[in-house]
Design a protein around this ligand. Sequence first.
Ligand code: N01
Length: 552
Amino acid sequence: MPDASHSPAPRSLDVAIVGGGLAGLYAIHRLRGMGLSVRAYEAGSGIGGTWFWNRYPGARCDVESLEYSYSFSDELQQEWKWPERYGTQPEILRYINHVADRFDLRRDVQLDTRIVSAVFDDAANRWTLKTADGETIEARYCVMAAGNLSTPRVPDFKGLGDFKGSWYHSGLWPHEGVDFGGLRVGVIGTGSSGVQMIPIIARQAKHLTVFQRTANFSLPARNAPMDAERERRHKAEYRQRRIAAADTPFAIAGHPKPTRSALDVADAERDRDYEAKWQEGGSISYLYSYTDLLVNKESNDTASEFVRNKIRATVKDGRTAELLAPKDHPIGTKRLCLDTDYYETYNRANVALVDVRSDPIDTITATGLRTRSGQAFELDAIVFATGFDAMTGALNEIDIRTTAGAVLRDHWAGGPLTYLGLMVSGFPNMFIVTGPGSPGVKTQMIASIEQHVDWIANCIGHLRSAGLDRIEATPQAEQGWVEHVNAVADSTLYPLANSWYVGANIPGKPRVFMPYVGGYDRYKRHSEAVAANGYEGFILGRRTPARQDAAE
Ligand code: N01
């Protein structure tokens, strides 16, 4: 009989993967294909990460479906049919589940399992992970694929516990959906999530009040059913298009590189250019109108003012239009939203916009909320579209440390430090997929995920073939990369915005520019050159005696 007083021996893996979203699933596929034992641990009760959690009304990707998909299998990209120009959340989740089945990934995903700690034993050269349920996992390498926007944040308003109605966060949406019919609803937040859900909730609710702290630029998505001819042409050129995409800053093909400054063009011609992009829909094409929209404030002003004028022309109430017209940041420096009828929604009789910049929300009451000046709003339901503890939240939630005394939360206390967004000095054999310092969130995310996972897989393959089992970023390389990431950001207009890119949405979070905005193409070339040059900036070694390795 088994002895119940003994807990089972820890599972022993080559690679433990944290997260079962797009990154974790591709990591399983790629690393398992090298003959490694891998397993992904996913907190949700289903795979899909972002697309599993963010089920709010109107949730869809704002990168076109034919681009926002895996490229690693030509059969997969040829056979999958996207019904619309932009994928809805249910459609993308269906796609992810199809990929998991098609490549037999599920057997290496453990659902409903939250990793709470990861400790690297310096002498044994192994990671030990613990789950919230007390399970222990040991692994030579750890791949953090926990997502950049996976730690939902509800602001610290007083009184939320007293609220008698229902409340929701965009990133923790009930699976059964929410019926807002006949209700007085308040939406707090006007980022990408708020902008997508507001038009739909407005159509369902008796009354909708939008509480806006910062007006955001939004462009029309111009979503439509997939055009059969367009799909056929795209699929016929898929491989070439993926190669072309890898040579662009956003990892998205099909947008001719601009050649002129916005200031080199006469006003009327510039307006015609912006109008054409406005009609075409999509954010990349608009930001690609001229070479310097993200680096020259004067050029950017022309693009920002064009959109402000569109808002003024759309929203009938002048005061509401001015409130909706962003003036505190250049267009594109906060994540540019894409919408369907967002500004038009404010012409509805049942929709009101409240400026909570000048009069912030103070208290959630039993029957609604109250602002600092004492203005009260009666609400039956509150939706927090208030964002995430971006880029660092998911990893800081895990107690990551080493027996040599390094603690990730301490190492990152002044802001995240990484080398290439892939590794952290002092934390050997721990890789991050699209972490801080990576271009991931500023690109077609799946392209960056595939590039990072391929880099990690090649790195582990290199270690194995060289008889090595340990890799660590040097503090000097990490410092150099962080300085470079900041210098690149400082050469652009991005730092002018209070965005989640700098952690501005989280009170007390150190203000550090986190994504690498030098472009996917530049990053890919650089990170691959680092590997080709013998992993410059990393220390590679061997810790495990050959005998022990053979026994594993
Ligand atoms: O979150 P956000 P999100 N009082 O942080 C406001 C991706 N995404 O979930 O700007 C009042 O952008 C906050 O105001 P401010 C995409 O990368 C993609 O919308 O901080 N308001 C802001 O308006 C995106 O960027 C897709 O002043 C408060 C809003 O809440 C990222 O996810 C769709 C507040 C938060 O906006 C995050 O988007 C959805 C307070 N105390 C998301 N605290 C697509 O692909 C915060 N706010 C389409």
